[in-house]
Ligand binder design. Structure first.
Ligand code: OAD
Length: 244
């Protein structure tokens, strides 16, 4: 019989552990009013990723792609971190080895104060020059089209990892190190279907980490998860990470 671990058991283990890695997805920001990608209200129900979030789409029609990101930036400009983001930002200060890996591009973890953070899919508030590669912050809402690089005048693109593109090596290195060395992996609000993040839970599980999930629904991860808490991130995460 597998051991049944309660919320109190997990909270105690999280509070005692010296090495914790957290993986988040769109579900943690859903509680801030940010739409997720999949599911009945998900963005990919109404928009086609290959027409909006791929290098080919940008080469074909940069204006259309920028309109999509402008729409999302406009929406995000009204959103703030919720108690789940804020609790994680506070919690990282109390753990010897902590790393937060997020697939979210909304920047809400950084706004909440998280610093031990890899934004593996990029950040919607950063732009990258298609000519010289310079990365900079850009908070213009609306964006002035065509946005151009201050250094070389080249066309800027969102600093987002699109479908068919590789993750930055430094983000992958930091993520794999965190997954291979953590005692606990806490997975919050991701459907677990997009690679490489979809492979992160097995990596942690195989090296002996306790894998804990917080999600509204069961996910493909759920079969290898040690403990699953079904609920809203904004409610469950503060309960799990509070001191007993
Ligand atoms: P998805 O939209 O695929 O999944 C969101 C998950 O959050 C689902 O499993 C929901 O059940 C769960 N969820 C929804 N509301 C929740 C809540 N309030 N509390 C807890 N869980 C909740 O989003 P991701 O898994 O993040 O890529 O998607 C991964 C990547 O696919 C995204 O980063 C994006 C997308 O294409 C890029 O933008 C590059």
């Amino acid at each position: 019989m597998p051991t049944v671990l309660s919320l109190t058991d997990i909270r105690d283990r999280l509070n005692r552990s010296k090495s914790i890695t957290v993986l988040t997805g769109a579900g943690i920001s859903a509680d801030s009013g940010v739409p997720t990608f999949r599911g009945p209200e998900g963005l990919w129900k109404n928009f086609r990723p290959e027409e909006l979030a791929s290098p080919e789409a940008f080469a074909r029609n940069p204006k259309l792609v920028w309109e999509w990101y402008d729409w999302r930036r406009n929406l995000l400009s009204t959103k703030s971190p919720n108690p789940a983001h804020i609790t994680l930002a506070t919690f990282e200060k109390h753990v010897e080895n902590f790393w937060l890996i997020t697939q979210n591009v909304d920047g809400l973890h950084a706004t909440a104060g998280s610093r031990k953070l890899s934004e593996i899919h990029g950040n919607i508030w950063k732009v990258r020059c298609t000519a010289c590669g310079r990365i900079s912050q850009n908070h213009d809402v609306p964006i002035i089209y065509p946005p151009t690089c201050k250094s070389c005048g080249g066309l800027l693109r969102p600093h987002i990892v699109w479908f068919g593109e590789s993750l930055a090596p430094e983000d992958l290195d930091a993520s794999y190190t965190a997954l291979q060395t953590c005692e606990i992996l806490l997975i919050i609000g991701t459907s677990g279907v997009v690679y490489p993040a979809a492979s992160f839970a097995p990596i942690a599980k195989n090296q002996g980490a306790l894998v804990v999930e917080v999600n509204l629904d069961p996910t493909p991860h759920s079969s290898i998860i040690d403990v699953s808490f079904q609920g809203r991130a904004k409610d469950v995460v503060p309960l799990l990470l509070s001191e007993g």
